[in-house]
Unconditional design. Structure first.
Length: 177
């Protein structure tokens, strides 16, 4: 889940965004995908509001929200643990990190948000396994799209690093207020 508290930036006419990388561009499509060469694959797929828990909808008080599922797939033949991840939004040609926890996101955060039988109790994603945040989201002040992405770094037991990032597709927002 990602939440951007950008009141100072808002004054400079930038959209606010939020819920659960680097500077390169990722391909955009209905299910945005990037990072296949590294052994990790991140994807985002729009979900309808009827798949969003009512309890979540009751606590969200933002003008426009986009809901999507985020999957992180281990494309290797060895377990990988996500040790760092974060959400980003595009601003003046740069990516700015931000999330609802207002801190660097680590393995325990990944385990909180990404559920699956493929993720063990210590946060290791099995070979070929998929970890899913079933209801990820971000918000904006207006219905206009603001480019958003998530990025992930994982390691295997030999210390090899894996990176993936994926831009969230342009999703029609839900007006909640």
């Amino acid at each position: 889940m990602i939440l951007f508290n950008l009141q100072p930036i808002r004054r400079f006419a930038v959209l606010l965004i939020a819920f659960l990388g680097a500077s390169c561009k990722s391909e955009k499509s209905p299910a945005s995908v990037a990072g296949t060469e590294s052994g990790l694959l991140a994807t985002h797929t729009a979900i309808p509001v009827d798949q969003v828990p009512k309890k979540l909808l009751e606590i969200l008080h933002y003008p426009y929200i986009r809901f999507y599922r985020t999957d992180v797939t281990n494309k290797t033949d060895r377990p990988i643990r996500i040790i760092w991840f974060d959400g980003y939004f595009a601003h003046d040609g740069n990516w700015t990190a931000s999330n609802v926890r207002n801190r660097v996101l680590r393995t325990t955060d990944f385990m909180d948000w990404y559920k699956t039988d493929d993720l063990d109790a210590d946060g290791w994603l099995k070979p070929g396994g998929i970890a899913s945040c079933l209801v990820n989201w971000h918000w904006t002040d207006t219905p206009d799209n603001l480019e958003t992405k998530w990025a992930y770094i994982g390691v295997d037991s030999s210390g090899n690093d894996y990176f993936s990032e994926a831009v969230v597709p342009n999703i029609e927002p839900i007006k909640l207020e």
